[in-house]
Design a protein around this ligand. Structure first.
Ligand SMILES: [Cu+2]
Length: 326
């Protein structure tokens, strides 16, 4: 499994390659130590004296889901019978990983969406002893799909890897729905408050009602009263989002409002997918939101999709985006 090792090393060493190339061009000596300093898993990233925080940002993590291989771990789809989807996570030693930590109630979260952001599904595969994850395929019909594996290898940091999967058949591109602050799903109405701020952490509150009545008995799902996934239009960057508060913490109520903090890396359009559980089943409410100025050429919409105004300017308690994921 040379390829796997090499791919893993490549992703791990992107910044290192840059540094090394620079080193080689300048003086032959320092190149090696620079590359080596990349392998001690990220605690201190700066290759030389000096450029501390600056360097951390320059070498900063890209958003999740854009890489098929990162920090030595690789998402490897494997052949599966019709109706099934299977994959493995290749580890730094080139062998399938078999030990994962539980995060958000599960050892593996598999999220899929088409490249046009339609067809979102969030499922939980089962792990076979050989490291193969299997699940009834969530790929509902033809399209260019992106599959995300969101997991924590035991002893390592959380990771989200992404891979393209094509399901052949007649393709119909679906336009991205216009931004809206309210949507309905399975008889529930879900409203969204809060604006996504490019380059910061944005609080987003989703409020669930049914037949005009607030829903105050949401059921815990994945360790919270809802699970939110956000994907960026264009490259399907997978945003880091986490719920504020947890069931049983003495202050978080089971609805009607659920609040999340979303790290939004840039201006642009995003699709939000809220999974919530009520009445014994999971429902998914979807929203389009725009961070920053509307993209040029975007269709004008009735309301103001991005109520601006600093509702809360401090993302400061959250540290720099892209770090501190534990
Ligand atoms: Cu999940």
């Amino acid at each position: 499994m040379n390829t796997v090792t090499r791919l893993g090393g490549f992703a791990l060493g992107l910044a290192g390659v840059f540094g090394a190339a620079y080193g080689i061009g300048q003086v032959a000596g320092p190149a090696a130590p620079v590359a080596e300093s990349r392998h001690d898993d990220g605690a201190t990233h700066q290759p030389g004296p000096g450029g501390q925080g600056e360097h951390d940002e320059a070498a900063g993590r890209v958003p999740g889901g854009l890489l098929v291989s990162d920090r030595g771990y690789t998402l490897e789809p494997v052949a599966a019978p019709a109706g099934e989807f299977a994959f493995r996570i290749g580890g730094p030693d080139g062998r399938p990983v078999t030990r994962f930590d539980v995060a958000h109630d599960k050892r593996m979260h598999l999220i899929v969406a088409r490249r046009d952001l339609s067809g979102f599904r969030h499922v939980h595969p089962d792990l076979a002893p050989d490291g193969t994850w299997k699940v009834a395929t969530p790929l509902a019909g033809p399209g260019q799909w992106r599959a995300f594996a969101d997991f924590v290898p035991t002893g390592a940091e959380p990771l989200t890897l992404g891979v393209d999967v094509t399901v052949p058949g007649p393709l119909a591109e679906r336009p991205l729905p216009a931004p809206a602050t309210s949507t309905t799903v399975d008889g529930y109405t879900v409203t969204l408050t809060g604006a996504v701020q490019p380059g910061g952490t944005s609080p987003l509150t989703l409020t669930v009602s049914r037949d005009g009545q607030p829903v105050t008995d949401l059921e815990p799902y994945l360790g919270a009263y809802g699970h939110l996934v956000a994907l960026r239009r264009g490259d399907l960057a997978y945003l880091h989002v986490h719920p504020e508060g947890a069931p049983g913490d003495g202050r978080t109520r089971p609805g009607p409002a659920v609040t999340f903090l979303a790290e939004v890396p840039s201006a642009g359009s995003y699709r939000l997918y809220l999974d919530f559980r009520h009445g014994g089943s999971v429902h998914t409410a979807e929203f389009t939101v725009v961070a920053g100025p509307p993209p040029t050429g975007a269709p004008a919409t009735g309301g103001d999709p991005t109520p601006s105004g600093p509702t809360r300017t401090e993302g400061a308690d959250h540290g720099s985006p892209g770090h501190g994921h534990n």
